[in-house]
Write a protein that binds this ligand. Structure first.
Ligand SMILES: NC(=O)c1ccc[n+]([C@@H]2O[C@H](COP(=O)([O-])OP(=O)(O)OC[C@H]3O[C@@H](n4cnc5c(N)ncnc54)[C@H](OP(=O)(O)O)[C@@H]3O)[C@@H](O)[C@H]2O)c1
Length: 351
């Protein structure tokens, strides 16, 4: 049987995952913007991998569209837009998708699946997380720049798609409860604003101790919030999250020794937030650092570091082109943390 797959949000992730499914025999339609659709319709796809693997997908092997009309006959819809576009995209599916269509969100952040499920209450809507990074290069080339696979919330409806994903080289890592994985991924994604502000490739940025100290500050704060909210993140790194925070602050030589997975990063790979800033698009900061700030507010834990990262990314979204050195960014985040500590220690005006 040939599965019909609609990829809603043809960008780095949607085209890489959808392209792999097309290479494995699925009937795939990419729904996206003309600039990228025109490119892939002309060149086809070349899907390359960190380990040297490569798939070619000819233009005739997939369809492109700017509206998700193909969702009407789809067995599976992959939602791969950025979080800010989740609701608008899901609304485009209303009246189009059948009730037996599986809608799988492959997005960072917490709660995109809930947003979609509220808009499409009669569909099976599932959460998924892409654990690898994809870089788009000219000429229809999409490169997997880090190790990792696809983690999804398990559901019986996924049974029939599992062989297709396995054939595509993207076996589904199925979790009875995906939330711990989503929170753990969010911890890792707290590096996205730091990477975007650095202007550097991920490997270069994470190779510098001061940037890692920035990430350690953001993660330590996030873990304090999660602890208070009784959220236990899964372990996605060689060390558990609390120890990872300490490892991040180690000198470069020691860190590179213990961080085998961090080394498995393509020298050119950058966070998708860096791409968003470069292309003048709104970022996912509100769904990453913003999630920590909101939860911190709810459980009464201060979050000055993540709030500061939100502020700096907000400035960058409005055109500030400053590229932060590790030392400058670290000083800025530490100062935000000190100010918050002093504010908390100061007797209130009402006392
Ligand atoms: N890139 C990575 O390496 C990576 C890794 C892991 C996870 N993720 C996550 O995966 C998700 C997708 O990221 P991405 O980097 O693939 O995003 P992306 O490259 O921005 O791709 C999304 C594409 O969908 C388009 N789009 C938005 N709304 C649409 C609509 N209603 N109809 C048709 N097209 C629409 C966007 O156009 P506009 O630009 O015009 O909005 C954009 O071209 C995000 O949640 C991200 O955090 C990304």
């Amino acid at each position: 049987m040939t599965f019909r797959v609609t990829v809603l949000g043809a960008g780095s992730i949607g085209i890489f995952v959808g392209g792999k499914l097309a290479a494995a025999g699925a009937d795939v339609t990419f729904v996206g913007r003309p600039r990228l659709l025109d490119e892939i319709a002309a060149t086809g796809l070349r899907l390359t991998d960190l380990d040297g693997g490569s798939d070619r997908v000819a233009p005739a092997a997939f369809a492109v569209a700017t509206e998700p009309t193909s969702a009407a006959t789809a067995d599976l819809v992959l939602v791969t837009v950025k979080s800010a576009q989740t609701a608008v995209s899901a609304e485009q599916l209303v009246g189009r998708v059948r009730s037996d269509t599986v809608v799988l969100s492959l997005q960072n952040g917490i709660g995109n699946d809930t947003v979609i499920a509220e808009i499409l209450p009669s569909c099976v809507v599932l959460a998924g997380m892409v654990m690898f990074n994809v870089v788009h290069r000219d000429g229809g080339v999409f490169h997997r720049g880090t190790a990792g696979g696809l983690a999804v919330a398990d559901d019986p409806s996924l049974e029939r798609f599992a062989p297709l994903f396995a054939r595509a080289g993207l076996p589904l890592d199925r979790h009875a409860d995906l939330l711990p994985v989503q929170w753990a991924k969010l911890l890792l994604n707290l590096n996205n604003p730091i990477n975007a502000l650095s202007g550097l490739p991920l490997r270069t940025e994470l190779g510098q101790r001061d940037y890692r100290r920035c990430l350690a500050l953001a993660q330590a704060e996030a873990l304090a919030v999660m602890d208070r909210a009784q959220i236990r993140p899964a372990r996605l790194t060689p060390l558990p999250p609390h120890l990872m925070v300490r490892a991040l602050t180690m000198p470069d030589v020691l860190f590179s020794r213990i961080s085998g997975r961090v080394v498995a990063v393509d020298p050119q790979a950058r966070s998708s937030m860096a791409d968003d800033l470069e292309q003048g698009r709104k970022t996912e900061i509100a769904w990453l650092s913003g999630e920590i700030v909101s939860l911190g507010r709810m459980v009464g834990v201060p979050t000055p570091v993540n709030a500061c990262l939100m502020e700096l990314i907000g400035l960058a979204e409005r055109g500030d082109e400053r590229r932060w050195s590790g030392a400058d960014l670290l000083a800025r985040l530490r100062s935000a943390k000190c100010d918050a500590t002093e504010d908390a220690a100061r007797p209130s005006d009402r006392a």
